[in-house]
Design a protein around this ligand. Structure first.
Ligand code: GUN
Length: 284
């Protein structure tokens, strides 16, 4: 029986800490606020944004969501970002991805002021992560590292395999594990003999976006398995990138879906928003 890495429980600790910090800032006359932009009607994005709003409210962070129709023009979207960049009452700006077809994600990411970029997607913040001197943590990877820390799983010297090379998860995940002295391999859709590589992993991070992609034969006995997926199976049921039922008996530790990585991502977002407020008020 694997240890279940309980992101819901661990994120509750992180969120309680954030709440204390927000209260302490309020006593100094500093309020903390997040602006969320949600374009179109992707149901998963709407769920994620609702979860982010709820978490902000619980932590005492003011949040405002700008829900825009799918046919919003790039010009209108960039104009909103500029308005939020200039608004001193807004500390953090997050544009939920993916954007509807026809909107240029790179242009929107580049438009967000790096000082308010609580996703850490802007090139300036990505570069800082690469160099290891970052203020904003990449939300999902940092949430995963915090979860590992909580369970005293130390990546140092370990073989870590990340499946997926997205800018949001795979690449920054590899970088954070490297900062923790892991030996990191990044696999992707063109990787040959994937299972041979994943089977070497002491820590395996699946960020593929395909339901139950990681099967038991791809996992080393006693591995730590981190599932970033939020997928729907053929019956429309929520599941991860890992075949949990088959992999769990083989793993030493595993994250569930839901209740694993997702809540940790949101907890990191809250931390970043507090960091933004502090930086903008000269408190760090
Ligand atoms: N879409 C999936 N994950 C994320 C995330 O962490 N931030 C944003 N903005 N969009 C996402």
């Amino acid at each position: 029986m694997a240890t279940i890495l309980d992101g819901k429980a661990v994120s509750a600790h992180v969120k309680a800490e954030v709440k204390r910090e927000v209260e302490a800032l309020a006593k100094q006359g500093v309020s903390v606020s997040l602006a969320v932009i949600l374009v179109g009607d992707d149901p998963a994005s709407h769920t994620y944004v609702r979860n982010k709003e709820k978490a902000c409210a619980e932590a005492g962070i003011r949040s405002k969501t700008y829900r825009l129709p799918a046919d919003t023009t790039e010009q209108a979207l960039l104009a909103l970002v500029e308005t939020l960049n200039a608004d001193k009452a807004v500390n953090g700006i997050l544009c939920q991805l993916p954007l509807p077809k026809g909107l240029n994600e790179a242009a929107v990411i580049a438009a967000v002021s790096p000082e308010k970029d609580v996703d850490a997607f802007h090139a300036v913040n990505v570069g800082r992560i690469m160099l290891g001197n970052y203020a904003f943590l990449p939300c999902t990877p940092a949430g995963i590292v915090e979860l590992l820390d909580y369970y005293r799983i130390d990546p140092a010297g370990k073989r870590c395999v990340v499946i997926g090379r997205s800018n949001i998860v795979g690449k920054p995940m590899a970088m954070l594990l490297l900062h923790r002295d892991a030996t990191v391999t990044v696999c992707h859709s063109k990787t040959e003999d994937l299972a041979a590589i994943t089977k070497t992993a002491d820590i395996l991070v699946a960020a593929v976006g395909k339901p139950r992609f990681v099967t038991a034969d791809m996992v080393k006995p006693g591995a730590v398995v981190i599932d970033v997926g939020m997928d729907r199976d053929e019956n429309g049921k929520l599941c991860g990138d890992v075949d949990f039922a088959a992999v769990e008996p083989k793993a030493a530790c595993i994250t569930p879906v839901p209740g694993g990585v997702g809540p940790m991502t949101i907890a990191t977002l809250l931390k970043n928003t507090v960091t933004a407020a502090k930086l903008q008020n000269g408190l760090r």
